[in-house]
Ligand binder design. Structure first.
Ligand code: GTP
Ligand code: MG
Length: 358
């Protein structure tokens, strides 16, 4: 699919698109106080993987809007430890294609709902059905695609339903490209604010930030990067919460670290190979478009997920990278939580994902 086809699907007029500059890494000297909460570091690696399943949180993903449903459908093979997928949209065709564990259709009219007020009324009418679909989960990722009608209208109603159920939620909201136009971006921005007001943890996945200055880049490549970032964040946190890892993390600590700020969470993913793999991964995660050293410096709470391909990584290097990380956060009171797991299926020797509450 190219941009033209994409615009056709969205029935929009084209405009300019610009690449977002990569954020520079700030080199901070010296290791400050160590606000480290890294309990349960096992004495050896053989302790892994023997905890009972019942200890682990039941994680669900709710996709709101057609774009989010499409992302869920395409990501399904890359979402470990997923207890339940839920798709919510106005289009029965989209819901059918998504093949989620549960589907909720908002509105029953054969015609597409184009009025945002009517959409909200109909989403509210579906609230008990939405609650039923989510009941019993311990953690929900609310993935929404904003800027159109369905996702923008439905996601805040889902956030309210999740609140009623008392389930912690991480909202991950995709926002439009610049070339999709001003109006669509304004709608998305209002939608993102409305979601962020309702949840303790809100992540933006701005499509535009994934465009590079490579003229030959296809739209599929860009959209693939957005999905891959979402999958990485989801997988890193889910494996750490669901495995008896090198450094275990309580679900409550994970959530507490991310709930320290105003709801807005910056994030970065990075990977590396060889002896310097962990440090390379940390630099890349810090320099990510959706984080950057300046935002990380001001973070109130941070969750750092370290994934290693091999259990032979010396614990010394893990400690070093944690010290490097601590030096990147200015507030010694910041709640910095680390988790580390071994995953032999990793594409590189070391992956680091950072989520920073701002
Ligand atoms: N990354 C990514 N973004 C997408 C994808 N599909 C749509 N989007 C983005 O999501 C925004 C919202 O689009 P949709 O999800 O199609 O809109 P909707 O919520 O279904 O709204 P209506 O169909 O108008 O009721 C778009 O403006 C795109 O920027 C996708 O597959 N990947
Ligand atoms: Mg749609």
């Amino acid at each position: 699919m190219n941009r033209r086809e994409f615009l056709k699907i969205l029935a929009l007029s084209a405009g300019a698109s610009t690449a977002m500059p990569a954020a520079a890494i700030l080199n901070t000297v010296g290791v400050g106080q160590w606000p480290l909460i890294a309990r349960d570091s096992p004495a050896n690696f053989t302790d892994m993987g023997d905890a009972s399943d019942t200890d682990f949180p039941k994680i669900g993903i709710v996709a709101a809007g057609s774009g989010a449903c499409g992302m869920l459908r395409n990501s399904q093979g890359n979402l470990p430890y997923l207890e339940r997928s839920v798709a919510i949209d106005t289009s029965p065709f989209v819901l059918h294609r998504t093949k989620a564990d549960r589907s909720v259709r908002v509105g029953q009219s054969a015609d597409k709902i184009t009025d945002s007020k009517l959409l909200r009324v109909q989403a509210k009418a579906a609230q008990s059905e939405i609650r039923d679909a989510l009941d019993g989960l311990d953690l929900i990722w609310l993935l929404s695609s904003l800027g159109g009608n369905a996702g923008t209208g439905i996601a805040p109603i889902v956030a309210d339903a999740v609140k009623d159920l008392g389930i912690p939620v991480i909202a991950a909201s995709v926002t439009p490209f610049e070339f999709e136009g001003e109006r669509r971006n304004q709608i998305a921005r209002a939608g993102l604010n409305s979601i962020t007001r309702r949840v303790a943890v809100s992540i933006e996945l701005p499509n535009e930030a994934y465009v590079t200055d490579d003229d030959d880049e296809t739209l599929d490549t860009v959209l693939g990067r957005v999905s891959s970032d979402f999958e990485r964040l989801y997988s890193a946190s889910s494996s750490i919460l669901s495995q008896q890892g090198l450094i275990g993390v309580d679900f409550e600590d994970f959530h507490a670290a991310l709930a320290q700020g105003q709801g807005v969470v910056g994030f970065g993913n990075g990977e590396g190979n060889g002896e310097a793999g962990l440090r390379t991964a940390l630099s890349a995660a810090t320099a990510h478009n959706s984080l950057g050293a300046e935002r990380l410096w001001q973070a109130k709470g941070v969750f750092v997920a370290i994934q290693l391909k091999s259990s032979n990584e010396p614990i010394r290097r893990i400690n070093e990278v944690m010290q490097d990380m601590n030096a990147l956060v200015s507030d010694s009171e910041a709640l910095v939580i680390y988790g580390a797991v071994v995953d032999p299926n990793l594409s590189s020797d070391a992956h680091i994902s950072i989520m920073a509450a701002l």
